[in-house]
Design a protein around this ligand. Structure first.
Ligand code: FAD
Length: 383
C-alpha cells in the first residue's frame, strides 16, 4: 500500500465530493464549450490529482494499481473529459519516463508532472501507423551530439497544453519494425515542434487532440529515454499495458453512473399507467447492465490486486480493457433505450455519455488489438 487506509479513504472522499459538487454540475457546459474551465484544472492541481501515480520520491502519491483503480472508480462517475485533464500525467504521458527514464530524467521532469506544473503527452500514433504502432515512420537521425526529429504524430491527447512530449521515433533508418524505435522527451518549446488544429470529435468534448509535427526538430542526446536506442517500442507497450486497467476502471464507473440514471428514469417515467421499471423487458435491460458492470468491476479489482502482487497481468489487463470498454458501450446503449426519445435528446446526460464512451473501445489499443493480445498470449502459454 502506498497510502495508509485512512489517508486513502480521505483521498477517495475528497475526490467523491469534488466530482459531485464541482464536476457533475459542469458536465453540460464542458460538452457545449469543448473546454474544461481553468479554475477546475487549478483545483485538480491543488488536490494533487496530477501526481496520483508518480512515485512519492518525485512528488507524487505513488498509488498502487488497486488504489489507482479506486480513484478511477470515483473520477469515472463524471464526464471522461475531466479525467482526461489529468489522464496523461497519471498514465501514458508520464509512465514511459517512470518506467524507463534515467534518474536525471526523472528528477528533471517528474516533480513538475506530479504537481501539474507541466502536462505530459504521449506521441506514438501517426497518420500511417495506428494499431500497427511498430511501423511508425517519424525519424530521429543522429546528428553530432543529438538527434533531429522529422514526422507527424496524430490524435495526440492534451498536445495543445502539453509542456513535455514522449515521442516515439525511428533511430535505425534501416529497420522497419519495433527494434528500431526509440523514445524521446521533447519539451514543447523545442524549435521545429508545432501543433495542428484541434480535431472536432464525436464526444469527450473538453478533451483535445491534435497533430504534433516535427520539422528538423533538434533534441540533445540526453533527451533519449533511458539513454538507450531501440527500447522505445517496449517502453510504449509497457506504458499502454498499465493504462488498460485504468481505462477499464473508468469504463466501470461510467457504466454505474449510466445504470443509476437509467434506473431513476425507469422508476419515474410512466406508460400504460405505471412506471416503465415495472415492465419486465425494461427490467431485463437494467439487470443485464447491472450484471455486466458488476462482473467488470470484479475483474478490474482482481487484475489490479494481481498486478500489485507482482504477477504478470498482460492477458488480464487486455481482458479488462476489452470487456469493460465493450460493456460500457452496451450499458450506454441500453440507457438510451430505457430513456426512449428523451435518450436521444441532448438535455439528458445519457446522450452525451453514449458519445463519450465510444472512444474507450478505440484508443490505447482497439478491442480487436486486445483480442489479438489475449489470444496470442494464450497460444504462447500453451506451447
Ligand atoms: C480521441 C483520441 C485520442 C487519442 N489519443 C492518443 C494519444 O494521446 N497518443 C497516441 O499516440 N495516440 C492517440 N490516439 C490514437 C489511438 O490510439 C488510435 O486511433 C488507435 O490505436 C487506433 O489506430 P487507428 O486510428 O490508426 O486505427 P487502425 O489501426 O487503422 O484500425 C482501424 C480498424 O482496423 C482494426 N484493425 C487494425 N489492425 C487489425 C488487426 N491486425 N486485426 C484485426 N483488426 C485490426 C482496428 O481494430 C480498427 O477497428 C487517440 C485517438 C483518438 C481518437
Amino acid at each position: 500500500m502506498a497510502l495508509d487506509a485512512d489517508t486513502l479513504d480521505q483521498l477517495l472522499l475528497t475526490i467523491r465530493r469534488f466530482v459531485d459538487e464541482r464536476l457533475i454540475p459542469l458536465e453540460a457546459q464542458v460538452d457545449r464549450d469543448d473546454r474544461v474551465p481553468p479554475g477546475i484544472i487549478e483545483q485538480m492541481r491543488e488536490l494533487g490529482l496530477f501526481g496520483l501515480t508518480i512515485p512519492q520520491q518525485y512528488g507524487g502519491l505513488g498509488l498502487t494499481m488497486s488504489e489507482e483503480v479506486k480513484v478511477a472508480f470515483e473520477m469515472g462517475r463524471t464526464s471522461p473529459a475531466f479525467r482526461s485533464v489529468i489522464g496523461t500525467n497519471v498514465g501514458i504521458g508520464a509512465h514511459g519516463l517512470v518506467m524507463d527514464g534515467t534518474e536525471e530524467q526523472k528528477q528533471h521532469y517528474l516533480p513538475k508532472l506530479a504537481s501539474g506544473e507541466i502536462i505530459g503527452s504521449f506521441a506514438l500514433t501517426e497518420p500511417g501507423a495506428g494499431s500497427d504502432a511498430a511501423s511508425i515512420r517519424t525519424s530521429a537521425r543522429r546528428d553530432g551530439n543529438g538527434y533531429v526529429l522529422n514526422g507527424t504524430k496524430r490524435f495526440i491527447t492534451n498536445a495543445h497544453v502539453a509542456g513535455l512530449f514522449t515521442v516515439f521515433a525511428r533511430t535505425d533508418p534501416a529497420s522497419t519494425g519495433a527494434g528500431g524505435v526509440s523514445a524521446f522527451l521533447v519539451p514543447r518549446d523545442t524549435p521545429g515542434l508545432s501543433l495542428g488544429t484541434p480535431e472536432r470529435k464525436m464526444g469527450q468534448k473538453g478533451a483535445q487532440v491534435c497533430d504534433v509535427i516535427f520539422e528538423d526538430c533538434r533534441v540533445p542526446a540526453d533527451a533519449l529515454v533511458g539513454i538507450r536506442e531501440g527500447i522505445g517500442f517496449k517502453t510504449a507497450m509497457k506504458t499502454l499495458d498499465r493504462g488498460r486497467i485504468h481505462i477499464a476502471a473508468v469504463s466501470v464507473a461510467v457504466a454505474e453512473r449510466l445504470i443509476d440514471m437509467a434506473l431513476a428514469y425507469a422508476m419515474q417515467r410512466e406508460q400504460f399507467g405505471k412506471p416503465i421499471a415495472e415492465f419486465q423487458l425494461v427490467q431485463a435491460m437494467l439487470a443485464d447492465s447491472k450484471t455486466e458492470a458488476y462482473a467488470a468491476r470484479c475483474m478490474v479489482e482482481e487484475t489490479a490486486r494481481r498486478r500489485d502482487a507482482g504477477q504478470g497481468v498482460s492477458t488480464e489487463a487486455s481482458c479488462c480493457k476489452y470487456y469493460c470498454t465493450e460493456m460500457v458501450g452496451r450499458v450506454a446503449d441500453r440507457a438510451v433505450q430505457i430513456h426512449g426519445g428523451a435518450g436521444y435528446i441532448a438535455d439528458y446526460h445519457v446522450e452525451r455519455f453514449y458519445r463519450d464512451v465510444r472512444l474507450f473501445r478505440i484508443y490505447e489499443g482497439t478491442s480487436q488489438i486486445q483480442q489479438l493480445i489475449i489470444a496470442r498470449n494464450m497460444i504462447r502459454a500453451a506451447c
